[in-house]
Design a protein around this ligand. Structure first.
Ligand SMILES: *Cc1c(COP(=O)(O)O)cnc(C)c1O
Length: 384
């Protein structure tokens, strides 16, 4: 079976892990953690970077650091991975689920603006959601599969209402928005994941990127049990969200391959776009809005209406090709069934038709040929 996404550990991962063992720096203090933070920050626009235990914990800490409080609402695209909603939930807040645009699969900035015009008012300096009476604590765009949202348009709504923007850039290392790198797209803080299925992995891990030095200090403090240096005194109830030196060692070796991994991801995505452009294939490519250069974390095809996605997946798997459906919208998930929403139908139309295909950076050209042949055979068959 050609898998969907496996880590590519062909660099100096083993050498760096051996260094951790030889030096006995295996836990949350060690030279690789500092080096990883430096590399991640430099690759993202020369911003501050705080290493964390996962993408989810990066997002949770970023939201708390940006001032989200229990009882708040946080604007979130309904088309996302559940970790984005869970990070909001862990703040004691609730996602306000807004739909995505069909052209980008990211938070629809026009719809956000309409939702605010209709349902939000500034009262005593706070933005209040009138139907629930709750304060809006933040707007959290998600860079879907590595495609940045239209951040200038979102920032303009956020500024009007005095709300911070915290981004879920979990899979977006290497993406740019209007030429700006990941840490400088307009969010005060951006959470990134280094989970095993992401383009760059630490095994498990994450990073928070921020251009703001004061917030960076606060986030480092919050994620390391809020401990005062040299003593066991903690000024707030913080989190143990640290990354270990072992994970950071792997992460450093991964980030050394930044350009080559991104180039490979792009090549894979280009192949799937080429398949989608064939007249005999009832599918489209994943979107590519002109404001963004994506990082192409995952790619594949969007099947036309009326094609049975799970039947196509079965045929592909029988042919030895990994294939998966993708995210189901948050408003259809049991934990968020009661969350307030402002939808336009795009996510519900889109979600059942997304087909994710093999994406590993270690995928060879011969593997891609095999995937292409199987996809063409499966889709020609299903349209008969
Ligand atoms: C992967 C992912 C996460 C979660 O990251 P973890 O490191 O697995 O906690 C969050 N949001 C999005 C959009 C993701 O793709």
């Amino acid at each position: 079976m050609i898998p969907i996404a496996v880590p590519n550990l062909s660099g100096r991962e083993r050498e760096y892990l051996n260094q951790c063992i030889d030096t006995e720096f295996v836990s949350s203090v060690g030279p690789f953690v500092d080096r990883f933070e430096k590399m991640a920050g430099e690759l993202s626009g020369g911003v501050h970077a705080i290493a964390t235990s996962s993408g989810t914990t990066a997002l949770h800490a970023a939201l708390v650091g940006a001032g989200v409080e229990p009882g708040d609402l946080v604007v979130l695209p309904t088309y996302t991975f559940i970790a984005s909603a869970n990070a909001i939930n862990q703040c004691g807040a609730t996602p306000w689920l807004v739909d995505v645009s069909a052209e980008s699969w990211t938070l629809d900035a026009d719809l956000v603006a309409a939702a605010f015009r209709e349902e939000v008012e500034r009262i005593d300096g706070a933005a209040r959601h009138l139907p629930t009476g709750r304060r809006i604590g933040a707007i959290m765009p998600v860079y879907t599969m590595g495609t940045p949202a239209d951040m200038d348009a979102i920032a303009s709504v956020a500024e009007t209402y005095g709300i911070p923007v915290v981004a879920d850039g979990a899979a977006a290392m290497g993406a740019t928005y209007k030429g700006r790198p990941l840490g400088r797209m307009g969010a005060i803080a951006t959470g990134v994941s280094f989970n095993g299925n992401k383009t760059f992995t630490c095994g498990s891990g994450g990073v928070i990127l921020t251009p703001d030095a004061t917030l960076a200090r606060k986030l480092k403090h919050l994620t390391t049990t809020a401990r005062e240096p040299g003593r066991y005194r903690h000024d707030v109830a913080g989190f143990n969200y640290r990354m270990s030196n072992l994970e950071a060692a792997v992460g450093c070796a991964q980030l050394e391959q930044f350009e080559s991994f991104l180039a490979r991801k792009r090549k894979i995505a280009d192949r799937y776009s080429r398949i989608a452009s064939r007249n005999d294939i009832p599918a489209r490519a994943f979107p590519s809005p002109d404001w963004a250069r994506h990082s192409w974390w995952f790619s594949g095809l969007v099947l036309d209406q009326g094609i049975d996605t799970s039947a196509v997946i079965d045929v592909l798997r029988k042919a030895g090709i990994g294939a998966l459906p993708f995210w189901e919208p948050m408003h259809l998930q049991p934990p968020y069934a009661d969350a307030p929403r402002y939808l336009n139908g795009v996510s519900e139309d889109l979600a059942p038709r997304v087909l994710v295909l093999p994406n590993s950076t270690s995928l060879s050209d011969a593997d891609l040929d095999k995937v292409e042949a199987a996809v063409v055979a499966a889709l020609q068959r299903s349209s008969n």
